[in-house]
Design a protein around this ligand. Sequence first.
Ligand SMILES: Nc1ncnc2c1ncn2[C@@H]1O[C@H](COP(=O)(O)OP(=O)(O)OP(=O)(O)O)[C@@H](O)[C@H]1O
Ligand SMILES: [Mg+2]
Length: 276
Amino acid sequence: MHRAVGSDDGTGVVTAPAKPVIEIEKLNLVFQTPDAPVHALSDVDLTVNAGDFVSFIGPSGCGKTTLMRVIADLETPTGGHISVNGMTPREAREQRAYGYVFQAPALYPWRTVRKNVMLPLEIMGLDKAEQERRARDNLALVNLEGFEKKFPWQLSGGMQQRVSIARALSVEPDLLLMDEPFGALDEITRDHLNEQLLRLWDQTGKTVIFVTHSIPESVFLSSKIVVMSPRPGKIMDVIDCDLPRDRKLDIRETPEFLAIAHRVREGLRAGHSYDD
Ligand SMILES: Nc1ncnc2c1ncn2[C@@H]1O[C@H](COP(=O)(O)OP(=O)(O)OP(=O)(O)O)[C@@H](O)[C@H]1O
Ligand SMILES: [Mg+2]
């Protein structure tokens, strides 16, 4: 069970204080474009604690990818404050504090599947045997055994996306940023990877930030759900998802699950304008 900060939670169990990994205050990002400025993020406040699984959900264009890119130092905010592991995003990037699964797989076409997964490990200077072990284990985790010697263009879109997930996991980061990693997958594969990811999170205590368009996926995976709305991109609701950490897929039919899903849907509706 995920618990909030504090010493005694009322059950007599003393829990460790929550350690913030990401702290965001009054964050703003305005893109200057030839037509008009785009206010992609407006006064975003958010704290992500160590061991949280936080999902961002919201309609297309509400700033989910932009927020992830700010955390990863791939975009610079125009106002406000953000820290990652107590550092600036730039320092965190230089220390390889996170793994990033992009919305598109971003694989190198001239490298085999195995060599794509090994690339960041080569850059980190790991020895060859360790690189090979991690590539093998993580490709097995995403059900890609036997495809190691193929090139990305010989795989389907969903398989390419699984290679990029294996690549991010193989870095073994404490913080994992995943931008719609399962969007292109069929439902059975997606269910399987949801379970795998949940197990990985539960067993390793990693902090995960995850973008999705799927309400059931967000409730199934998360300890905290951030509902966003567009124009300007802002946070509508932050929902604690207090389901047991070792949840199974059939939890999706329980009243507790459906109640949280309902609240997410309400938040999405409140932020959605049908006028434009
Ligand atoms: N480099 C850029 N230059 C100008 N505008 C941008 C840029 N990147 C994003 N935007 C705009 O910022 C807004 C937020 O975009 P973002 O990609 O963060 O949305 P998203 O929530 O990830 O959407 P989706 O669900 O479609 O991936 C959009 O209006 C988009 O057009
Ligand atoms: Mg996006």
